[in-house]
Every structure is written in C-alpha cells, then in structure tokens.
Design a protein around this ligand. Structure first.
Ligand code: PLV
Length: 357
C-alpha cells in the first residue's frame, strides 16, 4: 500500500454539541449533549479506529481484522473501504442481522459463530463498489462466539497472517489519540471547562481517549463520570479491586459494553484524572434509551443508555448530594456515544424482557 493512497483527512466529523432542554430539566443544570451518534459509522468509534486504520495503511497493512460488539467493526469496515483495504470483522453470534447487513454493505468479510460469509468490494473492479458474497470454504467451522472476548481471540489468530493487522476496538494508543479529538472539539465549542464529562465504558477506549484529551487541553480537573451496566461492569470491578478483573461472563443486554476485562490503561487513567465509576441496571439503561427517544427524537443503543442514565436515573444528583461530585462549573457534558445495535422492535422487546414501564 503506497503512502499516497492514504487519506490524511480524518474519517470522523466534528459533531454537534447542543444544550438539551429536556435533560437539563431532569438534571437541574445545563446538560450539553455531544452527538457522536451522527458520526458516519454511527458512533464515536470512528475517531480512534479511523485514525488507527489510516496509520496502519501508511505502514503497509494489507488486510484489517477487527473483533467487535458491532460499532468498532462498522468503524473499521468503513475505514477499510475508504482506504481500499479488505477487512474481516469477527462478531459475537448475538449480533443483529441489521449490523451484519451494514458490515456487508461496507464490503467487509463477516464472521459469526457457525456461519462464515465472505463478501468484499474490490476497489479496482470497474463499476465499483460491487459486492461479492459467497460462503467461505471453512463455513462449516463453528466459532462458538458468544461475547466479544471470544471474537477477539479469533481476530488475533487471523491477524497472524502476513500483512494483516488486528484493530482493537479499544486497546491501543492510536485509538485513544483519535478519541481525544472529541475533547478538543468540546474546548472549541465551550471555551470554559464543563463541570463533568459523562461517558460509557466498555473496554475503556473512550475513557482513555477522553482522559488524554482532558490532559491535552489543560482540563485535568474536570471529573469523568464513567457509566457501565451491571453484568458488563469490568471497569468498576477493576477499580474496586485495584487491579484488572475478568468478569466470568457478560450478562448485560448492553452487548457493546461487553468486554470481560478493561484495558490496563484505564487503571492508569484513574490515577491521572478524577474518575467516578457508576453502575446502572439494564432496566435503567433501556429506560434511558426510551426517554431519550421521546425527549430528543433519537434512537441510541443501551450502551449509550448507560451514560444517559446518569441523568435520567439521578446518578449525578446523588453523587453531588454525597459530596463526591463537586461541580466547579454548573454544566455537564454527556457523550451520546451512539450505536448501531438497536431498532424500534429491539427496544420494545428489551423493555418487555426487562419489565420497563
Ligand atoms: N463497543 C465496542 C466494544 O464492544 C465495539 O466493538 O463496538 N458505546 C458504544 C455505542 C460502543 O459501541 C462502545 C464500545 C462503548 C460505548 C464503549 O467504548 P469503549 O470500549 O471504548 O469503552 C465489546
């Protein structure tokens, strides 16, 4: 891959930062929403993954492979298509057909448990983009992938091939560097630091990127409220234990928060910035998704609902009442991390399953 073919313009967009009337009323203070759900690949992931993939292309990578809960895979597939490099995305078997279709649409090879498809786009083919789809010779192989961690093992195996590069969804300095652009945009829009930044934690890539950004723009004193759902709370467990903890399983419906172990970097972040770790129930994350849809007319996935629940479930108010969150500035930023793992039907099913009113 010649360096000239590599775009130097980032793949992500500068996203809107808007004050939410509805969430501000619930929180009792101005709440600014950073709308990462409007990124081209549907989530913040394109910031770090786009940056990583561009750098790898410059270093001669010939095939990208990414294990994902969905969003990282879409960001990797999108980046690969832009770079004209083939991509293989390995996903847990629980991944929705909607996400698989999106990945196929990006021209990626998709591997799911028990099913193996090959579809690719050849940028050299006349009439590009043209999608080819056919079963792989090894389609009978059952991968048995239920959660992201197992998909990751498979991706690491594939990445041993010559010229292939594994794209971690969250655990690489280039990914954090890419995510840090979000904080630069906050500084550009707000000027003065917010009282806190609220975000969701899966493997901790967003957390590490936001920490990096806060340090870079001189906002080290801004606390981060790190939200997880119970059953995907590997960061909370690690903080409590003071070391990395591997959860026995991912039991939360917020599958894209489902890394059984967070990146080691997240524990260092907790020493460099003030991080308040909070865990909500799945029910709260899903209710937050519904309320956000009604309030802002945008549908996001439960992984994002976890961050929104900091407002809707009164977590911020409780942290303030407990004296754990002292807001130097009377405004907060919630990162609407987005997500492709949701449809109206899935939301209704989740509400029924979890007994949300
Ligand atoms: N999702 C990753 C990891 O999954 C993925 O493969 O898509 N919000 C959304 C919508 C996400 O998709 C993710 C990560 C997060 C938050 C958490 O980001 P992280 O992993 O950087 O903490 C297993």
């Amino acid at each position: 891959m010649e360096a000239e073919r590599v775009r130097v313009e980032p793949f992500h967009r500068v996203t809107p930062l808007l004050e939410s009337w509805a969430l501000s009323r619930v929180a009792g203070m101005p709440v600014f929403l950073k709308y990462e759900n409007v990124q081209p690949a549907g989530s913040f992931k394109i910031r770090g993954i786009g940056h990583f993939c561009q750098q790898m292309a410059m270093r001669g990578c010939r095939h990208l492979v990414c294990s994902s809960g969905g969003n990282a895979g879409i960001a990797a597939a999108y980046s690969a298509r832009k770079l004209g490099i083939p991509a293989t995305i390995v996903l847990p078997e629980t991944t929705s057909t909607q996400v698989v279709r999106r990945l196929e649409g990006e021209g990626a090879e998709v591997q799911l448990t028990g099913k193996l498809w090959l579809s690719w786009i050849s940028p050299c083919t006349p009439g590009w983009p043209r999608t080819h789809r056919e079963p792989l010779a090894s389609a009978s192989r059952v991968l048995g992938v239920k959660v992201w961690d197992e998909a990751n093992t498979r991706a690491q195996e594939l990445a041993r091939r010559d010229g292939w590069v594994n794209v971690s969804p969250f655990d690489h300095p280039l990914i954090w560097e890419g995510h840090a652009s979000l904080v630069r945009e906050l500084k550009e829009s707000l000027g003065t630091p917010p009282g806190a930044v609220v975000l969701s934690v899966g493997g901790g890539g967003l957390l590490a990127g936001v920490t990096e950004g806060l340090l870079e723009v001189g906002w080290r004193h801004v606390p981060i409220v790190a939200m997880e759902t119970r059953g995907a709370h590997s960061f909370n467990a690690a903080l409590q234990a003071g070391r990395l903890v591997t959860l026995p399983d991912i039991t939360s419906v917020a599958r894209s928060l489902g890394a059984k172990t967070v990146a080691a970097r997240t524990l260092e972040c907790a020493k460099e910035c003030e991080i308040l770790s909070e865990v909500v129930e799945d029910r709260e994350a899903v209710s937050a998704v519904q309320r956000f849809l009604d309030d802002e007319r945008m549908l996001v996935e439960p992984a994002c609902g976890a961050a929104l629940a900091a407002v809707y479930s009164g977590i911020l108010g409780r942290l303030q009442a407990e004296g754990r969150l002292r807001l130097a500035q009377a405004s907060i930023v919630v990162i609407v991390c987005g997500g492709n793992n949701i449809s109206n039907q899935q939301l209704q099913e989740l509400k029924t399953q979890l007994g949300c009113s």
